[in-house]
Design a protein around this ligand. Sequence first.
Ligand code: C2E
Ligand code: MG
Ligand code: MG
Ligand code: MG
Length: 281
Amino acid sequence: RSKDQGGGVINSYEPTLHDQARERREIEIELRSALGRDEFMVHYQPVVHSDGRVDGFEALLRWNSKKLGPVSPVKFIPVAEDTRLIGPIGEWVLQTACHEAARWPSNTKVAVNVSAEQLSSPGFVASVMKALAHSGIAPNRLELEVTESVFLREVSGAMATLDQVRALGVKLVLDDFGTGYSSLGYLRMGQFSTIKVDRSFVQGALKGARESIAIVRAVVALADSLEMSTTAEGVENQEEADAIVALGCKKLQGYHFGRPMSAEDAFAIFDGGARRIAVGG
Ligand code: C2E
Ligand code: MG
Ligand code: MG
Ligand code: MG
């Protein structure tokens, strides 16, 4: 931040703590009525195999607030988590995404992001069962993406909830791997079906950053030995795709294969029986 210029005027575009607190408050107020006002949408981003075959879609929540305009999940999800609004909002995403997935070819997966806060709510397992029953999708088509933060909430029973959900046949995915602070010792055999390698390592690997390459290699080796699959996030071009496949990642996701898109556009990928995404080059 640039320094105070004598007259008390702070010449800076960086939001002050006060601005940030006000923004959070505005988000919180609007978020409380967003579900009721039907301001949410789920977008779907393809996850593909290295040959372009669609493995499934990740459901990504979008909020177009009447008052605030479009707000990024990076901003509103933390507010939803802090205020417990994530419960009803996450429940809506789960039901909506499973309902949508029922229209896709029968082996296509749907991945739903779940916050650690949702896992400590007693109704969570029941809401997963409801989403499966109402949509009719096979449990192994549903993937729940959690981050390493679940390991830090052991007290509130997050891991026990994940065990119950897995017993239903639902798959668990460890998201943004490598960005958290947890110890590798938390990983147990059979717990997660897939590890998602964070975008920062994917992009670093392409730039030739030795640390990123080493980390991707290590994650792939770890996943292999624990019988898990790996997905690279944030693949933006063919060079990144080639580099990451060469390092052994099995599945890919990123703007190169498709941006998060409306349910209609995601459904249209299967037009004419297509099961793969054509990418340039
Ligand atoms: P995430 O689960 O790691 O999702 C991946 C994010 O990377 C998404 O951001 C996606 O749009 C973005 N992305 C995908 N491909 C690329 C690429 O090639 N380049 C770049 N630069 N970005 C790419 P998004 O949609 O803004 O979501 C941000 C985060 O918000 C998600 O990260 C997830 O943690 C959270 N989130 C989104 N929807 C939900 C939800 O329904 N529930 C919960 N609990 N969290 C959600
Ligand atoms: Mg995710
Ligand atoms: Mg992620
Ligand atoms: Mg991420």
